[in-house]
Design a protein around this ligand. Sequence first.
Ligand SMILES: Cc1cc2nc3c(=O)[nH]c(=O)nc-3n(C[C@H](O)[C@H](O)[C@H](O)COP(=O)(O)OP(=O)(O)OC[C@H]3O[C@@H](n4cnc5c(N)ncnc54)[C@H](O)[C@@H]3O)c2cc1C
Length: 537
Amino acid sequence: MIENNKTVAIIGYGPAGICSTKCSIENGLIPTVFEMSSELGGVWNPSIGKCWDNLTTNVSRYVMCFSDFDYHNDDYDIFPNYKTVYQYLINYVNHFDLNKYVLFNSMVFKVERINGGNTIDDDNENDDDKNSKIKITWRNNINNKTYSKIFDFLIVATGLFSKPQSSSVYENELKQFTGKIIHSQDYKNNENYKGKNVVVLGSSTSACEISAEISMVTKKCIVVGHENSFIYGKLLPNENGTKLVPLDSILFQRSKSYEQQSLSKEDFSKLKKQMNIKYCPNQIKHINPTSKIIVNSPNDKTLGFVASLSYVEQVEKGLISVFCGNQFTITSSSGKTITISNSIGESFKEENIDFVILCNGYQPDLSFFDENILKSVDYLPSDSKRPVCLYKNIFAPNSKNIAFVSFFRSLFVAEVELMSRMITMIFSGKIPYPTDHEIQNGFVNRENNNNNNNNNTNDPPYFLVAGSTVLCDQIAKEIGVLPDFEKLKQTDPKLYELLWNGYFTPATYRLVGCGSNPKVAKEMIEKVNKIYNNLCD
Ligand SMILES: Cc1cc2nc3c(=O)[nH]c(=O)nc-3n(C[C@H](O)[C@H](O)[C@H](O)COP(=O)(O)OP(=O)(O)OC[C@H]3O[C@@H](n4cnc5c(N)ncnc54)[C@H](O)[C@@H]3O)c2cc1C
């Protein structure tokens, strides 16, 4: 690879930073990675400790992998434990020899844009100036010394999960609670909860998975959720209902994703309802009025969905009591008694509560940026769906040499990899920057987020959105790695069929263009389809 002598600083060495490092090298950039912990992997790193012992991925490992490197072990579970993902990341960095670019134990605490030695800090900065550089200042956690270095580019790969989301409930309503309060990041397994009464606050994946696990041993397990989400199984019935298949094999199928993409908002909403009826009938009142897990939202507006293996089953068995919908939350506490109320005036008291587990999510930490940069991306860490506003979830409006990778929630690994490829191709000059006009037109402020499509690159980042496949294809097309499906229909109809009507595989993006390896990619696509077809038969 010919280096173009342009340097790139990458902050974070989780999955996003790891693949940005690889892509930087492939595109001739010279990367330096800053990772504040002593190991790779971010969320998946056991020493960072955000995952609990039995955490398994919410999508299958055939989707949760990079396009040119699979798990190399057919015995792994289809939804691997987090330690398997961690091992996968270790194998990946070793295979591509990436660790030599990393400064571990190095916490970045200041990022400045400089121009000819001066900090760019006024509102009239001219970032188009090719002399604009990035100054990174970091602290080595071992010797406590501070260092600075100047780079041509910056990739921010610090993720959405830097610190627990602040909770006013913790500071106010639980002030008088004398039991123990923990955040989900400190939950490891159900040992401490044997025979205890536990309230779990939250309605997303961690609330479902943790309550499902502790309810196997608790005396009482109560889930209090603000929002109301449909809970999908990680395995869903296939087309003819004969087998259970991983949810990603259904949700990310290309032909269906394109069909969904072309629907109006009303039709898309209808389709979501049909899917909920098909996959979560026991959560819909008119289908199952006596169900213990009715999803209840007056206008269907806020409904998301969560993937969980056994939460619904535990609720149906009566092992979890649910207070969800109508904005149920904890409203006060006294000693070990907790009051739970909703927006329509109902109130319930739960006594002898030993633990409250806060599953209210995480927020990013971009405190290393100055005010101007944070203002330009409309930084609002408490907005869990869109903490930063970016062009295509990547670029800030006036900082062309700064890119964000993985500041969104959706198909994750495949999209992050495509974004990393795009960013590093742009930084290395292989493909042009988006024009100012494109950025201005495509940039969506929090206030004016009212586009017409169901899902496009400007929509709020959202996990498991239908349309993720289309989103990946859009990025792939821009960087020249999307196969020409119409042409393929003629030249290789079998492969076309697998790509269009078969199962989503990141290897699709290694069939053509920069960094392609068509033979290996085709083998991978065939292998994954064969595995899924065998599951489906
Ligand atoms: C409990 C849990 C379960 C999850 N399960 C799934 C799942 O099943 N499937 C899925 O697709 N996603 C899942 N996710 C989302 C997960 O975060 C992403 O898969 C992925 O880890 C994000 O990668 P990342 O590199 O962007 O961020 P991270 O993995 O968070 O890595 C960011 C890295 O940046 C470093 N860093 C941060 N700030 C600085 C700084 N100032 N200086 C230096 N280094 C810094 C951190 O130490 C960390 O190593 C889960 C998240 C959590 C919390």
